[in-house]
Ligand binder design. Structure first.
Ligand code: KIV
Ligand code: ZN
Length: 513
């Protein structure tokens, strides 16, 4: 029996730290459920002590998830660790992941602590955590740039205190594969009690080597846990991409000799869900989950694949969850068929009211679009306006006029709480005019950092347009996503969705009558 490689997903914690990728509790819960279907071993659900919102998100996930271990990050202090333990109380299987920086640079400049103080704090934190939870992971932050002798001292002590997983972050993405692999091997060889812990890799992608470094940590270093995110989501250049590591280990089993427990057919649905929820678009040539990852355009390749698939394909598209766009429902489909398809897609809407709202939107869409695909349904429920109770701004009507040589003009009606607003504006284009009309009433003052449009299902102009709008206000960055066959309407929805997020986060964004 081959060794098992533990897949630790941190999309909801390290991935969410990416500016603009912050998610609501409901969104996180939806993603956590998909991660459970993907059969990841550990879901890092958040950083419970960082805010009440994060605490509630970790708690909801801990209460809902049955098959994966649910983990919360905690700094190495009693308050953070207690908050993590409280949030995880309902979990079937819980883990506390505590960390403190160990590089000379971080200890001196960031923590302003001596190495002895850091050593002591790490030890006591693990001791404290171990009394609250059976499963403790310890990370020396900026571990890869830390002094190896000091690291050996700290890691030996925390293993003695009961840490059962030791994770080695390359926090700034500085490592290269061979060196990172040797680094882990050296630590495992030098630390006398290293066999009492599972060793884990955590690599950032600043030099584009997060996946390669993680695999070297596994192959050369003997690590048996990889920390990763869906689509490689994460701060700066992101984290190690789950789909790439999993498919590398699976496809090159001859080389790695390891088992992963992942249901790979759930990879593409997970990728889509994360992308649609955060608005972080997956580049077409991205390995495994990019739209072109299995597309053969050149005649020679097409001919080869038709004759024998493995001439140019090392993985099968269907094994990672790519299916030909399936028409799943249409105008005549009823509520039960819709509900059943939601279930098949693993989407659980909280209340009957939410199902009704989603069904009403589905009917509305089916009236305007003859073929409804799975992607359309995912977009429909990812649209936060489905969950009516959290929606402050709602689009009611939009009309616009544009003609070559004329300046476009838009009229928009929207609700803000119980009030209805009517606004109009002209602009450089119909989208610009519509958003300016909304802003003329809302006066959020938010700066737009990103506006992007994508076709939800490729290959036809009948596809819905999916628009992402990223706004910045008061030091916060939020994404709004909107989908509609009409991209001007999708844009207005996305803009209002982003304003809703600013509103939820406590920004007082009040429309002016
Ligand atoms: O990159 C990092 O150092 C981290 C730790 C908190 C594990 O994410
Ligand atoms: Zn990290």
């Amino acid at each position: 029996m081959a060794d098992k490689l533990i897949i630790f997903d941190t999309t909801l914690r390290d991935g969410e730290q990416s500016p603009g990728a912050s998610m609501t509790r409901e969104e996180k819960l939806r993603i956590a459920r998909q991660l459970e279907r993907l059969r990841v071993d550990v879901i890092e659900a958040g950083f419970a002590a960082s805010s009440n919102g994060d605490f509630e998100a970790v708690k909801s996930i801990a209460d809902a998830i049955k098959d994966s271990t649910v983990c919360s990050l905690a700094r190495a202090n009693d308050r953070d660790i207690s908050r993590a333990a409280d949030a995880l109380r309902g979990a079937n299987s819980a883990r506390i992941h505590t960390f403190i920086a160990t590089s000379a640079l971080h200890m001196e400049k960031k923590l302003r602590m001596t190495p002895d103080e850091v050593y002591e704090q790490a030890r006591l934190a693990v001791r404290f955590a171990r009394n609250l939870c059976a499963d403790i992971e310890f990370s020396p932050e900026d571990g890869y740039r830390s002094d190896v002798d000091f690291l050996c001292r700290v890691l030996e002590a925390v293993i003695d205190e009961g840490a059962s997983t030791i994770n080695l972050p390359d926090t700034v993405g500085y490592a290269v594969p061979e060196l990172y692999g040797n680094f882990i091997r050296t630590l495992r060889e030098r630390i006398p009690n290293s066999d009492k812990a599972i060793w884990s890799v955590h690599c950032h992608n600043d030099l584009g080597m997060a996946v390669a470094n993680s695999l070297a940590g596994v192959k050369i270093g003997g690590a048996r846990q990889v920390e990763c995110t869906i689509n490689g989501l994460g701060e700066r250049a992101g984290n190690c991409a789950l789909e790439e590591v999993v498919m590398a280990v699976r496809t090159r089993r001859d080389h790695f000799g390891l088992e992963v427990g992942i249901d790979t057919s759930q990879i593409v649905p997970a990728s889509r869900l994360v992308s649609q929820t955060t608005g972080f678009v997956v580049q077409p040539n991205k390995a495994v989950v990019g739209a072109n990852a299995f597309a053969h355009a050149s005649g020679i390749h097409q001919d080869g694949v038709l004759k024998a698939r493995d001439t140019y394909e090392i993985m099968r598209a269907e094994d990672v969850g790519w299916s030909a766009n399936k028409i799943v429902l249409g105008k005549l489909s009823g509520r039960n068929a819709f509900k059943q398809r939601l279930q098949e897609l693993g989407i659980e809407l909280g209340s009957e009211a939410e199902v009704n709202a989603a069904f009403a939107r589905f009917k509305d869409l089916a009236d305007r679009k003859s073929e409804i695909f799975d992607e359309d349904i995912i977009a429909l429920v990812a649209d936060e306006s489905v969950t009516a109770e959290q929606e402050h701004f709602r689009l009611l009507a939009l009309s616009q006029h544009s003609e070559m040589g004329e300046r476009p003009h838009a009229r928009v009606a929207f609700a803000a709480g119980d009030e209805e607003f009517h606004a109009e504006s002209d602009g450089n284009g119909p989208v610009d005019a519509s958003l300016k009309a909304i802003e003329s009433k809302v006066q959020s003052g938010a700066e737009m950092l990103l506006y992007s449009v994508n076709a939800i299902t490729s290959g036809s102009t009948e596809s819905q347009g999916e628009v992402t709008v990223r706004l910045q206000h008061g030091g916060r960055v939020v994404n709004g996503v909107g989908a509609d066959p009409d991209i001007v309407v999708a844009s207005a929805k996305a803009y209002l969705a982003a304003l809703n997020k600013l509103h939820q986060k406590g920004e007082r964004v009040a429309a002016q009558g």
